[in-house]
Design a protein. Structure first.
Length: 244
């Protein structure tokens, strides 16, 4: 699959998640729409997704949309996801992200699980549950592992699960990857192995893997497996914005 197709499929996915019929803005610009049911962000937040040089923004109210549209007209497509730039022109209370968005096709996949001891376990496995509990609520929640619809792909040290990956089924046949490594086992390429097994499973199921990464180590794992970065996502909660 060419990069152009990866960009096209990514745009189609996020347009579907916008919660209202909409298309990305023109190259270099942002399209801002009122979409209180948007899945680009938490409820009552403003969601921003950039794919290539095109940007889509969903706002929870008409007032929020006007504020963001006025601000976006003064910014480049890159500045729209710059937190410092946004804070300078909008009343930003909270921020989630930004996170880079990566996609992969079968031809570009660079497997890293062959020859490893990755196990396929049900999500309710006790060892996996213990790893999630020990990792802490914040990191476990950010990983998304508790919400996967696939089996979990795990590595053990003795009886202890030390790394796990899986994916959630998203619209447009997208497999959204979730990966977590126990804190005291990081830096050993374990994420690469378990994620590779999950990616292979998704590809065999005819799905298109998606990797969303905020931190550089996670981004490096994605690139090592053959993922291409096509854009980024950011959510912001604005002050004094009524929901109607």
């Amino acid at each position: 699959m060419t990069d152009d197709l990866l960009f096209m499929h990514a745009r189609e996915l996020w347009e579907d998640l916008a919660g209202t019929p909409v298309a990305f803005g023109p190259a270099g610009g942002a399209r801002v729409v009122v979409a209180p049911e948007s899945l680009l962000c938490p409820p009552a937040w403003t969601g921003i997704v950039r794919i290539g040089a095109t940007t889509l923004v969903t706002a929870p109210s008409v007032q929020a949309a006007r504020m963001v549209d006025d601000a976006a007209r003064k910014m480049t497509h890159e500045e729209v996801l710059d937190i410092a730039r946004l804070r300078a022109v909008l009343p930003v209370l909270e921020v989630l992200g930004p996170a880079s968005l990566f996609y992969l096709d079968r031809d570009g996949f660079l497997p890293a699980h062959e020859g490893t001891n990755v196990e396929q376990l049900p999500i309710g496995d006790g060892g996996l549950a213990r790893m999630l509990a020990l990792t802490g609520e914040a990191e476990a929640g950010e990983s998304g592992l508790e919400s996967i619809s696939s089996p979990s792909f795990c590595l053990r040290q003795g009886d202890e699960v030390v790394a796990a990956a899986g994916y959630q089924s998203w619209p447009r046949s997208v497999a959204h990857l979730s990966v977590l490594v126990a804190r005291h086992h990081r830096g050993r390429h374990l994420a690469r192995a378990v994620a590779s097994a999950a990616v292979a499973h998704a590809l065999d199921a005819g799905l298109r893997p998606q990797w969303r990464a905020r931190l550089l180590p996670s981004q490096r794992v994605a690139v090592a497996l053959g993922f291409h970065e096509v854009g980024a996502q950011l959510s912001v909660r604005l002050d004094d914005v009524p929901l109607a």
